[in-house]
Design a protein around this ligand. Structure first.
Ligand SMILES: *Cc1c(COP(=O)(O)O)cnc(C)c1O
Length: 426
């Protein structure tokens, strides 16, 4: 059989039962694994043999889901993490330590921005943020001798900027550093950034991948394409004394980044996904291709409705004709972007609050990108720690409502919006 299509990978990849084994991915609810000799165990500890020995490093349930996500993104390996936040953090800590520098898109998830700008800056790693739409010359001018990677989002949360992936990949590669991209909103169903030059893909699987808002998680995918064998990245090329002198690029070849992330960062810091959550994530992945299509279709229907209502001040739906990002979204995501749209209502802050409080079907929750339609006002919730200048730098205006269109009947969602607008704007 030739290369599997994305729909088939969603359903079939990962767990491959042998004769007489469970057809459905089992939950290996075990911290540890048994071996018959201490010699076998020692070989595992020295990375001379592969196998499971402790769930902080690897677990068969998680392993199957990692294989599925690696296949979905077209990478060589993946590592599941406890959350999207730990995926973003590990993706950088695997490359950078104190004194290193990262060039970032300024249009990032608020939690990622805080993680980088406060916590990781406090650990001695420098970050420069730049509008992702800036000309490549301006992006290039931020690179320094100690720059070790770039960090971006495919479709930014919540500003919905669609990234020119090739431009950013070119900027990174012309400085011999890898490009990391957070592909949470697009998912590999709508965009596979590795095909456009990205080297590392990270996800908050808590969103569309799980899809049901029932399990927190994250993932790091290694494309296997970046060549780490340069002086910039000694941690991949000099012997790791904690593993009796293993050299990651020599022993693990194109999967050096993913293996180091697991055996170094997971071993030392933890933040592994639990087998139970990996099982739930896998169930979500089995229908990801169906759900993404419906999310996109419904979001477009809602966007069309909002555009026709003169009580709406502005609307941002990258897949909608007339959007600033329509062409670029068409290039990288021809089948659609995601179910999240944003808009502002004419009036005051109170108008927005009254609108939200009047919704009956759409729920006010700190979440996006699951089956149920939900709404959030970032300036007063997820982004409330940011000051006005930081808000603007993240592409979030004070009146922005983030509306995550679910997979219900589109007419019902629109009817709910209409009655809430009537109440808010009366
Ligand atoms: C939610 C989100 C994160 C953080 O993920 P958690 O699973 O909540 O830790 C990171 N990036 C993006 C784009 C997100 O939407």
């Amino acid at each position: 059989m030739g290369d599997r299509k994305i729909e088939t990978i969603c359903v079939q990849n990962g767990w491959e039962p042998s004769n007489g084994e469970a057809r459905v991915l089992p939950i290996y609810q075990s911290t540890t694994f048994k071996y018959s000799s201490s010699e076998e165990m020692a070989a595992l500890f020295d990375l001379q043999a592969s196998g499971f020995f402790y769930t902080r490093l690897a677990n068969p349930t998680c392993d199957a889901v990692e294989k599925k996500i690696a296949a979905l993104e077209g990478g060589v390996a993946a590592v599941l993490t406890a959350s999207g936040q730990s995926a973003s953090m590990f993706s950088i800590l695997n490359i950078c330590s104190a004194g290193d520098h990262v060039v970032c898109s300024s249009e990032l998830y608020g939690g990622t921005f805080n993680l980088f700008n406060k916590t990781m800056r406090g650990m001695g790693i420098e970050f420069d943020f730049i509008n992702p739409d800036a000309p490549i010359e301006e992006i290039n001018s931020l690179f320094k001798d100690n720059t070790k990677c770039v960090f971006t989002e495919t479709i930014s949360n919540p500003s919905l900027t669609v990234l020119d992936i090739e431009k950013w990949a070119n900027a990174a590669h012309s400085h011999n550093v890898p490009m990391i991209i957070d592909n949470t909103f697009a998912t590999p169903v709508n965009c596979r950034p590795i095909e456009w030059g990205a080297d590392i893909v990270v996800h908050s699987t808590s969103k569309y991948m799980d899809g049901h808002a029932c399990s927190l998680g994250g993932c790091i995918v290694d494309s296997g394409k970046f060549d780490w064998r340069t002086e910039k990245f000694p941690q991949f090329n000099v012997p790791d004394e904690t593993y009796h002198g293993v050299v990651y690029t020599e022993q693990f070849g194109s999967a050096a980044y993913a293996v180091k992330c697991r055996v170094h960062l997971m071993r030392d810091i933890g933040a592994m996904m639990s087998p139970q959550n990996a099982f739930l994530l896998n169930l979500g992945l089995e229908t990801l291709h169906l759900r993404m299509a419906r999310h996109c279709e419904n979001a477009l229907a809602v966007a069309e409705y909002l555009s026709s209502d003169d009580r709406i001040a502005w609307i941002n739906c990258p897949s909608q004709k007339g959007s600033k990002y329509y062409d670029i979204a068409g290039k990288y995501m021809p089948n659609g972007t995601c179910g999240v749209i944003s808009f502002g209502i004419k009036g005051t802050r109170e108008t927005a609050t009254k609108f939200m409080d009047s919704l009956e079907l759409a729920a006010i929750v700190t979440h996006v990108a699951d089956a149920r339609t939900c709404v959030l006002h970032p300036a007063s919730t997820t982004h409330r720690q940011l000051n006005d200048a930081e808000l603007e730098a993240c592409g979030v205006s004070p009146d922005l409502l983030r509306f995550s269109v679910g997979i219900e009947n589109a007419g019902d969602i629109i009817e709910d919006i209409a009655q809430a607008l009537d109440k808010a704007c009366e």
